[in-house]
Unconditional design. Structure first.
Length: 86
């Protein structure tokens, strides 16, 4: 499926680049790549709390009809604040 191929491409590219790409650039890239191919998807924004440091951690992830594209498994620990769909 195209969503899984895009997930692989995003993660592979992020691993090969000389800079560290965090969740938001990966999610935006996947969201745009899916949009160009005419695939409806959602980009989610959420947060979780780090119990050790009492710190708020933000996160972004993308899914297509329940298929995890980017930002997983960390997304399972977050509370969704909002999403954008197209």
């Amino acid at each position: 499926m195209v969503a899984r191929e895009i997930s692989w491409a995003i993660n592979r590219s992020a691993w090969l680049l000389p800079v560290r790409l965090v969740c938001l650039p990966r999610a935006l890239a996947a969201w745009q790549m899916l949009h160009v191919r005419g695939i409806w998807s959602r980009i989610h924004c959420g947060a979780s709390r780090d119990p050790e440091r009492a710190k708020l951690i933000t996160h972004a992830w993308v899914d297509v009809c329940g298929i995890e594209v980017t930002g997983y498994p960390e997304a399972h620990h977050c509370v969704e604040i909002g999403f954008f769909a197209r």
